[in-house]
Design a protein. Structure first.
Length: 391
């Protein structure tokens, strides 16, 4: 028996009995939707593809969509991926396709509806179809492991690196989650290979990272362990430095350059603690241990769960006030102020913090109750792309 992740080499035909667990999200992208085809015809093409490609012993596992998505830690990432609005479309098996696949599936309701239609067509062809409670990765891997003794060869087909990590060694997921995945936050410029190399080079860090496997770990233990790992990641000594000290020394070194990227600095202690807490929560979820996300770096908003933000400024106020941009139009994703997590200000050469999409906060005075502090409306966009800034 062997288990293989079919990211590459899908056409390899192993000898002996084979079972294939297919990532439903990956499958959706494999078939071209022909215009003017009915939805049932599209579903049949998926069934034919599965039978021709993998044979009879197949399980297709899709992500689930919780009824109460306000409690979902993945909802925030789904919203980010579906940045372009597309309306709900009412369709059934005989409806003729009028839109592109990409546009239709960008709407979560449409995607849920099509998955239900595809499940029905697949089950008619005796193909096992499952839907996870939410994220499918763990269900896909567990499905493969559960049948491993019954087949000579078991394959997991997908393109998500989460599958590879979970399949390779579930007990080592702490090395991966802290590096960032599609539920936890991520560190700019620090990829998966860098983390793997870090643990190979500094084996003593494995004891610190093992904290993420402990279901009884406290927030203090998790944040301390996460901080030590991140100090080592950015070239510091966990025994003598904390992240704030390392941030300062890294900034002083970078400030000698005329241009540099603030995003490449280590996270502050405040930001790293929240990152470590969310990483721990996700590792425990992978291990099957239910943890309250509100105690591990998440907060409720009126519409959904949202990652908690750092409450401390990333740098002293006097330093932050020196940052400005030279954007001539818009102050959108390439704006230096926006990418530093700041509003534009009077120092900005062209917009002066007003005529742009990243303006200074608007102060509203509460007229109903005298003496109340004015309310600040935060206009900074949630999604930031890191670019170089000038001081």
């Amino acid at each position: 028996m062997s288990i293989d992740l079919g990211i590459v080499g899908e056409d390899v035909k192993p000898e002996g009995s084979q079972y294939v667990a297919v990532d439903g999200g990956h499958l959706l992208h494999k078939i071209v939707w022909r215009q003017q085809a009915t939805f049932v015809a599209i579903a049949v093409r998926y069934v034919q593809y599965l039978n021709n490609k993998y044979g009879q012993d197949i399980a297709v596992i899709f992500d689930g969509f919780p009824d109460d998505d306000k409690k979902s830690t993945k909802n925030c990432e789904r919203l980010r991926r579906t940045a372009h609005f597309f309306p709900d479309v009412m369709f059934h098996e005989e409806t003729v396709l009028q839109y592109t696949k990409e546009k239709l599936l960008a709407n979560e309701c449409n995607k849920k509806h099509f998955i239900e239609l595809l499940k029905k067509a697949s089950q008619k062809a005796n193909i096992c179809v499952q839907q996870a409670v939410e994220d499918a990765d763990l269900t896909i891997v567990n499905t493969a492991i559960s049948v491993a003794l019954q087949y000579d060869y078991v394959r997991v087909v997908g393109e998500d690196i989460d599958l590879l990590v979970l399949l390779t060694a579930l007990a080592s997921t702490h090395r991966y989650a802290i590096s960032g995945c599609d539920i936890t936050s991520a560190l700019f410029g620090q990829g998966k290979n860098i983390f793997i190399s870090l643990f190979l080079k500094h084996e003593e860090l494995l004891n610190r990272a093992a904290t993420f496997l402990n279901p009884q770990a406290t927030t203090e233990q998790v944040t301390e362990a996460g901080g030590n790992v991140l100090v080592a990641l950015y070239g510091g000594d966990p025994a003598t430095q904390n992240l704030d000290e390392l941030w300062y020394h890294s900034f002083v070194k970078a400030a000698t350059k005329t241009k540099f990227n603030l995003a490449r600095l280590p996270p502050t202690t405040d930001a790293a603690q929240l990152h470590a807490m969310r990483s721990y929560h996700h590792v425990q979820t992978w291990l099957g241990n239910e943890k309250d996300p509100l105690k591990w770096g998440w907060m409720h908003t009126p519409s959904r769960l949202f990652p908690k933000k750092s409450v401390k400024d990333p740098a002293p106020e006097s330093l932050l006030q020196c940052i400005s941009c030279t954007c001539k139009k818009g102050c959108t994703n390439a704006c230096g102020c926006r990418n530093a997590g700041l509003h534009c200000s009077l120092l900005c050469k062209h917009c002066i913090g007003q005529s742009c999409e990243n303006p200074m906060p608007v102060i509203l005075h509460n007229e109903s109750e005298e003496g109340d502090a004015p309310a600040t409306i935060d206009m900074v966009d949630e999604q930031l792309e890191c670019e170089d800034i000038e001081l």
